[in-house]
Ligand binder design. Structure first.
Ligand SMILES: *Cc1c(COP(=O)(O)O)cnc(C)c1O
Length: 248
């Protein structure tokens, strides 16, 4: 997609990425104020999967706080194309152990650490490279068998393990509630995440700075902000519907 070209929106109007970001920012600020929060404490991360380098650059030019990618191969390609220059990059998708090398040190934050095996691999690579990698622990808040992330029951042992690794820094928690949950259920999942973050922060883990709660997407970011999100990850509402008929 060429920079500046309008997107066909499902509602039939034409909106550019910049206009979409401006509208989302306004909604985010309204949700923050309604919750008695400072809008500045909530970051908008563009979930850029299946959108090309030009679309990413357009989001950066429009002042997005960070971009998030799901697939390692796509991310590596877009890094080579300088798609993310000017904004921090986050990894937000399911990460396989054999691809950790391509991610550690290349992103400001890995949001999706949901197992001890993955944690250890990230530590190993970060140590070998002499850097400290910021991470979030992903929680399978809806306890869905199909989803990655740690169960809430196993969260604290995983956090303790992370705190014992010298080359990791715990920054907080991330979750994706079940897609079929209704608004009330989703809100309850978000509230539960806020409670878990507070409990985790109260443990004062070594090197941890538990100030990030990443939750909320295109359809539910306002509810996530009402329940304390400090990062919302938005794709469709910024870039338009993803075209799954094209190969990414
Ligand atoms: C795609 C994706 C999003 C954004 O989803 P939309 O519904 O398009 O806003 C957020 N988080 C993760 C982990 C994603 O993969």
């Amino acid at each position: 997609m060429a920079a500046g070209r309008p997107l066909e929106r499902s509602i039939g109007t034409l909106m550019t990425i910049a206009e979409n970001i401006a509208r989302i920012r306004a909604n985010m600020a309204a949700a923050a104020r309604e919750a008695g929060r400072d809008p500045k404490e909530i970051l908008l991360v563009g979930a850029s999967k299946m959108n090309d380098a030009a679309a990413c650059r357009e989001a950066v030019a429009a002042g997005i706080d960070a971009l998030g990618e799901n697939r390692v191969q796509e991310m590596v390609q877009k890094l080579e194309q300088h798609a993310y220059d000017g904004a921090p990059l986050h990894f937000i998708g399911h990460l396989q152990r054999n691809k950790v090398k391509q991610v550690v040190g290349h992103v400001a934050l890995i949001q999706s650490v949901g197992s001890l095996e993955l944690l250890d691999e990230i530590e190993k690579v970060a140590a070998a490279r002499g850097l400290v990698q910021d991470i979030l622990v992903e929680i399978n808040i809806g306890e869905e068998t199909s989803k990655s992330g740690v169960d809430a029951d196993s969260l604290f042992p995983l956090l303790e393990a992370a705190a014992a690794r010298q080359n990791l820094r715990l920054r907080g928690l991330m979750a994706i509630p079940p897609a079929d949950a209704d608004d009330t259920e989703t809100r309850r999942f978000f509230a539960r995440m806020r409670e878990l973050l507070a409990k985790a922060d109260a443990q004062h883990y070594d090197r941890a700075q538990m100030d990030i709660l990443s939750m909320g997407m295109s359809h539910d970011y306002a509810a996530a902000i009402a329940e304390g999100a400090t990062i919302v990850r938005v794709g469709t509402a910024i870039y338009g519907a993803r075209d799954y008929s094209k190969k990414a």
